[in-house]
Design a protein around this ligand. Structure first.
Ligand code: AQP
Length: 333
């Protein structure tokens, strides 16, 4: 089946192993299938839902493009662009925010997690972020959205908004109803310091994540310091239920080496973490170090990165402008 793919990554710095294994790795294989049409977006409008330093944001936008390319996305085959450049995103988000219901947004767990206890002080943008995400996806008649497990609920909301718009305005099939593409296994990579928390850019401790720009020594050091428990590695999946750190590290190893969890449980069963960590570090160095080196090289080629964004903008804008024109007609503007 020919798929129309859309996904975004926030340029908030510190892109990490969770972003790579949960999303970008999948982007690369979708990009490599010639039958697919892929659009990958640097979602800077999403980034400013929490405070950003303007200078850093500009650098982070380029770094996200560099990460896409260094990971294997071919800008000649896929559209890579910057969300804020294509004005139809903000406009569609406003229109869809008049379709989405408060009750639906009130159920979004990511807002609750990110806003924390002090939700009165969270930005309105952080609250309505999933509506903007729906606009991003729906503008491109997307059929599939590759995301990490944490975005599943937002995608369900996107489907609800699309359906309600189509029903309210009696335009059956105007917005295509997108399917999530979430990997069956290892779609949620956890912190190296706490196996019950998601690996995340905003976690204060750098030791909690492998950044995609880490060098060999940093990778080895972080894995050495990664939290484990006191037992040897388990002999079956059942035992992993109450051992979140062991589960996470074995999952990372399996995903990196494209091997099954069962096979790795068999291979490492009864061994100490120190032995397993050596193999895990090696797998990380093999996979992440070439990406890290390529990102650093590309960051010196600002002109090339800006050209990718300009080229992507032209293509994305052409698609999105046509769709917003039709939205205007449907709404009655
Ligand atoms: N830990 C993770 N495991 C698997 N997938 C993950 N993703 C993020 N963290 C993990 C996936 O990466 C894609 C891009 O994410 P994003 O940059 O748009 O923002 P996010 O999900 O908010 O990432 P963070 O690291 O958690 O940022 P902060 O700390 O700012 O909240 C998405 O497809 C996401 O699912």
């Amino acid at each position: 089946m020919n798929k129309k793919i859309f996904s975004g990554v926030q340029p908030t710095g510190n892109l990490h192993l969770g972003n790579y294994l949960g999303a970008i790795k999948n982007f690369v294989s979708l990009n490599n299938d010639k039958k697919n049409k892929c659009v990958f977006c640097v979602v800077d409008l999403h980034a400013i839902t929490t405070k950003q330093d303007p200078k850093e944001l500009k650098n982070n936008i380029r770094e996200t493009v560099a990460t896409f390319v260094a990971s294997g996305i071919d800008p000649k085959r896929s559209i890579i662009f910057n969300q804020s450049q294509v004005k139809a995103h903000s406009e569609t988000a406003w229109i869809l925010s008049c379709v989405a219901r408060m009750g639906w947004l009130n159920r979004m767990t990511q807002f609750k997690e990110k806003a924390g206890k002090d939700k009165e002080k969270a930005s309105v943008g952080l609250y309505s972020y999933p509506v903007l995400m729906a606009a991003d996806i729906l503008l491109y008649d997307t059929s599939h959205v590759p995301v990490g497990e944490d975005q599943k609920q937002h995608l369900e909301l996107c489907r609800d908004i699309a359906q309600k718009f189509n029903n309210d305005f009696e335009v059956i099939d105007f917005f295509k109803i997108p399917e999530p593409l979430i990997q069956k296994e290892f779609s949620r990579i956890m912190s190296l310091k706490d196996g019950s928390r998601k690996m995340s850019k905003s976690e204060p401790s750098d030791l909690s994540r492998i950044n995609l720009t880490d060098d060999k020594d940093q990778i080895i050091n972080k894995i050495k310091k990664a939290k484990t428990d006191i037992f040897p590695l388990p002999s079956n999946k059942e035992e992993l239920k109450d051992r979140p750190e062991a589960k996470n590290l074995l999952g990372i190893f399996s995903s990196l080496t494209n091997t099954s969890l069962d096979k790795n449980i068999n291979n490492f069963s009864g061994k100490n973490f120190s032995e397993f960590k050596e193999d895990l570090s090696q797998a990380l160095v093999d996979k992440i170090l070439p990406i890290s080196n390529e990102i650093k090289k590309l960051l010196n080629e600002k002109k090339y990165l800006d050209e990718i964004l300009l080229n992507g903008y032209e293509k994305a804008n052409e698609i999105a402008s046509k769709k917003i024109k039709k939205i205007h007609e449907i709404v009655g503007f």
